[in-house]
Design a protein around this ligand. Sequence first.
Ligand SMILES: [Zn+2]
Length: 411
Amino acid sequence: MAFASTGRSVAVRTIRCGTLFDGTGAPPLRDAVVVITDGRITSVEPAAGGAMAPDTLDLRDRFVMPGLIDCHSHASLVPGQGDQLGQLCRGPVPQALAATRNLRRDLAAGTTTMRLMGEEHFVDVELRDAIDAGVIPGPRLLVAGRGLAADNGHGRALTSYDGVDEVRRGARENLRRGANHVKIFVTGGVSSPGPMPTGSAYTREEIRAAVEEADRVGAYAAAHAHGGPGLQLAVSEGVRTIEHGALSTDEDIALMIERRVWLICTFAIFMHPTGIEQGDGHRSAIMDKVRQARRVVAESFPRHLGSGVRFACGTDSMHGLMPFELQTLVRFGVSPADALLAGTRWGAEACRIDDQVGTIQPGKRADVIAVDGDPLKDMAALERVTLVMKDGVVYDGAHGRPAGGAREDQR
Ligand SMILES: [Zn+2]
């Protein structure tokens, strides 16, 4: 998948790295030099001696790794403010303004690519294009347009799509407006009241229609599904990624392994105190579901994550909290190196952009972050991202602005 060019002509830039975790699975390299030309990585080598070329970015006291890939978010939402569907139903201007703030926060925390999983008014398409054009700072976005939801299903905001023909029309409209993938809400969710249904809001034929429409144009479908019959229906009809999967059974996971479907873990939204707990936690019907999800996930995910299922992470609108996602993976028994891969290369593979990003290798886009500390020893270090580079441009961590302003673009 190609991203729109930023049109910047950035010349050669050299980074000297204290420790380089390149995301390929190779052991970290001490004292490495990364060369970037016109926003792309052109070489990665061990440093030859102590001297540094002029204008080298000196990160000799930093842990350098690929930019983080958040595989599931919503730019305009803040779960801690409560009533997420109400937030989605606001007009396009409040949505865009909230998103501008949220995306700056994501970028500053090290997320250089983010996959959005449903917004109203096609603000996600506008945001993606505005970021690519340099109008606002933010991660590179992959967008869904409107999430396809059944009239009585979870995730229904301003519109619903019912019946095979409406699902096709919804998918086609999203794709015409510029969506990168199709999002379909299959099962119930944690953030709305009622039982945690694992049945499907959609029929097999409706899900198949969404998958077909995406596949036909070289995109793919992603399904919101927590587990059970709904999840299995979505997997058997060919979705590429299962979003959340909090109530997945061993049988669900086995089917995902067999069909090579990705599990996109989203822990922060129901586990972090500033997530649903802060937003809608005062409603006992919702807080009970949050507690249930926490219990089930703590019991089953250590097993699921070690099962061989392919997984990556998303914050689900918990802006800036990718480090929490990776810390949770480690708490559930994933090795720190695999947790970093889940936040980088595996995310790129899940989103089918691993030819562009996810590793620090020649040919890839220069999406690089520097961390104060060693996340392989203590994943909390990932909360201390001190430098963010996207497409070879360094962003000011506090403001999400290109560091040095226009001068940076001319280098
Ligand atoms: Zn979501």
